[in-house]
Design a protein around this ligand. Sequence first.
Ligand SMILES: Cc1cc2nc3c(=O)[nH]c(=O)nc-3n(C[C@H](O)[C@H](O)[C@H](O)COP(=O)(O)O)c2cc1C
Length: 355
Amino acid sequence: MPVLRIGKYQARYPLIQGGMGVGISGANLAGHVARCGAIGTIASVGLCHDSPHFSLAKHNYFEANSIVIKEVLAKARSIAGEGILAVNCMVALTDYDTQVRAAAEGGADIIISGAGLPLRLPEYTKDFPDVALVPIVSSAKAASLITRRWEKQYGRLPDAFVVEEPATAGGHLGAMTMEQVYDPALSLKTAVPGVVRFVAEEMRSDIPVIAAGGIWDRSDLIRAFGLGAKGVQMGTRFACTEEGDASDRFKQAYIDATEDDVVLIHSPAGLPGRAIRNPFVAKYLEGEVASNPCFANCLTHCRYRKTRETFCIAAALVDAYKGNWEKGLFFCGSNVTRVKRIERVPEILSELFEA
Ligand SMILES: Cc1cc2nc3c(=O)[nH]c(=O)nc-3n(C[C@H](O)[C@H](O)[C@H](O)COP(=O)(O)O)c2cc1C
């Protein structure tokens, strides 16, 4: 097994539990993964949705998010002890910069950032040099763009890259169009060696490249490490754990999902996303979805806010987290079909690494 070192943090196991919003990877999941020796990640998006700090009347969604990110990090830290905690912040969010600052101030060890190119990430964390910075990319071209900009503007290099494959991953996918989702150039088989080569030959560095998307068991790990990855990031399998922060109904939806239920949708953010076909998604695919009003102005580019096409993704993701099967948007990776029961985090890690 490779050793995964990101900035000054070295994990016992070369695995990151990926950030899953809204609320799917909160304090409990991230805290337990970190405590058990892998890297636990809190998804920062929309964390304030059911907090007393947030009030629709006060329109204080962004301010409340900042407060709650720190509260959730403190709770995760109380579980994780010395374990390594990351926060996943998405570039596409309106309050991206304040979320990143809150994560750094709240004691995150690592900030992982995708859903857009995190070109200004070092600016937001400049007072926290120990916080490791990890862009999520889908190609060497994106890795190169980010590296050049950071070096020129901030004199800083990324501490690792996560390479995520759109053909299998969950949530928003790093592809601009539906056709691109299955582009062989964005497969782990092509993209991981491409980014590894870029790091070694152009950056002249040994920062780790981490493979994400479609990874489930030990044979998947070995395949990823064979491509040159020094670690893996896994989402779907960890969403359906006892420690997972989602409702039991969310987890049951994962257990019940079959291959025919896994679909691609055009998200209001303008990116393809992978989700379970439930009554809400079925209606949306037929073009007749009714949505709750926009309550947060959460995305910089939102088709729903602009044109009332699509739906309010914040409301739909919160509904899924709470277990509303009729109205929620249940994001998932293609591996959701392999979920047969609710597992425990230590059980998964020992199956992967101790066998
Ligand atoms: C329910 C769900 C929500 C997700 N939310 C986010 C997110 O908020 N930000 C992000 O960068 N990635 C998100 N992802 C992607 C995961 O972090 C991870 O990289 C990906 O799911 C890995 O593929 P796998 O699910 O096949 O293991 C999400 C994935 C799932 C399944």
